[in-house]
Design a protein around this ligand. Structure first.
Ligand SMILES: [Fe+2]
Length: 156
């Protein structure tokens, strides 16, 4: 609606729409993988740790394999969010923008904020915690995996 009404004077709206659709296409499978596979596994790891059991095996090997993929996807989402912020001039409504334009800019700014929070919580809290649980469960494996510590601090 905002594109059809303001697109002629603000062609950047079409680029913003394309960038947002790309984000949507990337994030839906990202969230599904996290919600349906990775998070339940991390929960099982926590339960095993609390009950003094070994971490249960998974079909994807160690948690760091999917976590690495999730962090790469976070980086891609971060790039697209920066692109979206740039093309909308920091989610600024132009002087000729209507209330719908303003609402769109506010919604995009809120979306960006939610995504940054999502990435921060996972990259800096949840994923390091999952690595730590695995490391404590199989210290010999991690001693031989030299790149482990380098992988922990990727992202935002
Ligand atoms: Fe994520």
């Amino acid at each position: 609606m905002v594109c059809s009404r303001h697109g002629e004077n603000h062609p950047e709206l079409f680029e913003a729409r394309m960038t947002f659709y790309q984000l949507k296409q990337d994030l839906i499978p990202h969230m599904l993988k996290e919600e349906q596979v990775l998070f339940p596994y991390i929960t099982r790891m926590e339960e095993a740790g609390r009950e003094g059991r070994a971490i249960p095996p998974s079909y994807f090997g160690m948690a760091r394999n999917p976590v690495r993929m999730m962090m790469t996807e976070h980086d891609t989402a971060g790039d697209l969010l920066r692109q979206l912020r740039g093309v909308t001039k920091g989610y600024t409504t132009p002087p000729d923008g209507c209330v719908s334009y303003q609402t769109l800019c506010q919604a995009l700014a809120a979306f960006e904020s939610h995504m940054h929070h999502h990435i921060h919580l996972e990259n800096n809290i949840l994923f390091p915690r999952a690595f730590e649980m695995e490391e404590n469960s199989a210290p010999d494996f991690y001693k031989s995996a030299g790149e482990f510590n380098e992988q922990r601090c990727i992202g935002h």
